[in-house]
Design a protein around this ligand. Structure first.
Ligand SMILES: NC(=O)c1ccc[n+]([C@@H]2O[C@H](COP(=O)([O-])OP(=O)(O)OC[C@H]3O[C@@H](n4cnc5c(N)ncnc54)[C@H](OP(=O)(O)O)[C@@H]3O)[C@@H](O)[C@H]2O)c1
Length: 349
């Protein structure tokens, strides 16, 4: 008997991608989809690509509508998930795509988000190193409350965690510059996301330590075993592609470390992973290679002249960055095969 699922925020980008992937998942039945201002309308009016779900109507996102399912996905603006906590107390698995349950530090929450702080849930990045060679996957087994990651945050954390865990890079001087597609900012109308502002242009934003994913990256790298201060200069740049992240992250090479030791850190971290793949030496990923895929594709360079390791990682912000991570985590929590319903193959060109 399939598990019943409700997806809240189903008219949005993250909710739409969760639905697209769940529609191909053999163990679940999408029973309920909910929205806010668009409640009452057919789902396909807002997600016309979801043809197999054309029978569904968006219901209001009330606690009563969401209760009574085996699994509930929340894909709402941050600060909106907490209102469902009590109503979903009996729900065996709740997965939040928003930021509300990601951070363990209330001080970080206050500094970067503000509003009520909610308890942290199990972080939904299975491949993330968490010290002593262990991975986050172990914590997801049997989890009942999962916080899916921020797309930029998980991309950078996966990029650098192997180097931090092995002690081959210095985490006190990380620089990450990301080319990002505008779907990462959601579907609501904003002037800076209009086609006229974006097409033919590359537009930086949240510059100078203000981006909300910074504390999440620091938290993840601390968990991976970073010794001492973690300092990161983080600059996202909006580019004209609807989805995708190409993150270039660099950090100083630790003293006395050989090139072989550096490469070995990444190779051993991800050799057995399906959805995080390190490319051969000299190869680097493109965003199109992971469009629609649950894959984080990574290239590693050692720049001895600059004394820095360079990691370039491509991720689909809506797939591996959100919905793919959420469903992979769901599979682990429920004891299903981890890759069920997910693909490693992108859509290129
Ligand atoms: N986009 C990404 O790449 C990405 C990646 C990782 C995580 N996330 C996270 O996923 C969440 C959703 O992001 P998104 O990009 O999908 O945003 P979005 O496209 O703007 O969609 C927001 C959804 O939330 C609903 N909503 C708005 N206000 C609400 C309220 N007060 N109460 C209940 N529902 C409300 C909207 O319904 P109506 O349309 O009916 O108003 C819509 O379904 C965010 O927390 C975001 O940080 C997004």
């Amino acid at each position: 008997m399939p598990l019943s699922v409700a997806v809240s925020g189903a008219s949005g980008y993250a909710g739409g991608e969760i639905l697209r992937l769940l529609a191909a998942h053999p163990d679940v039945e999408i029973r309920t989809v909910t929205a806010h201002s668009n409640a009452g309308q057919p789902l396909v009016d807002h997600q016309p690509h979801l043809r197999s779900l054309r029978h569904l109507t968006l219901q209001p996102s009330t606690p009563e509508v969401l209760a009574g399912h085996d699994i509930v996905f929340l894909a709402l603006p941050h600060g909106q998930s907490g209102q469902y906590t009590d109503a979903l107390a009996e729900t065996s698995l709740v997965i939040d795509a928003g930021a509300d349950h990601r951070l363990t530090s209330s001080a970080d929450w206050d500094a970067f988000y503000g509003g009520e702080f909610h308890e942290p849930w199990t972080y939904g990045v299975p491949e993330l190193l968490i010290g002593d060679g262990a991975k986050q996957r172990g914590k997801l087994v049997g989890a009942s409350r999962i916080a899916a990651p921020g797309c930029n945050a998980s991309t950078v954390a996966l990029s650098l965690a192997p180097g931090v865990a092995a002690g081959v890079i210095d985490a006190s001087d990380i620089v990450s510059v990301l080319a990002v597609g505008p779907s990462g900012a959601g579907k609501s109308l904003k002037t800076n996301l209009l086609a006229a502002e974006i097409l033919g242009s590359a537009n930086p934003y949240a510059i100078g330590g203000t981006h909300r994913h910074i504390p999440e990256i620091r938290q993840a790298l601390r968990g991976a075993g970073a010794a001492g201060d973690i300092r990161i200069s983080f600059t996202p740049v909006l580019v004209p592609m609807s989805r995708g992240i190409l993150a270039t992250s660099t950090a100083p090479i630790a003293d006395g470390v050989t090139d072989a030791q550096i490469r070995e850190a990444w190779e051993s971290a991800y050799a057995d992973e399906t959805f995080v793949q390190l490319l051969p030496e000299g190869s680097f990923p493109r965003t199109a290679d992971v469009t629609g895929a649950s894959t984080a594709l990574m290239g590693l360079a050692i720049d001895r002249a600059a004394g820095r390791v360079v990691v370039v990682t491509a991720v689909d912000n809506l797939a591996k960055g959100t919905a793919g991570a959420a469903i992979q985590s769901m599979n682990i929590a429920l004891g299903l095969a981890e890759t069920t319903g997910l693909t490693v193959n992108g859509v290129a060109p």
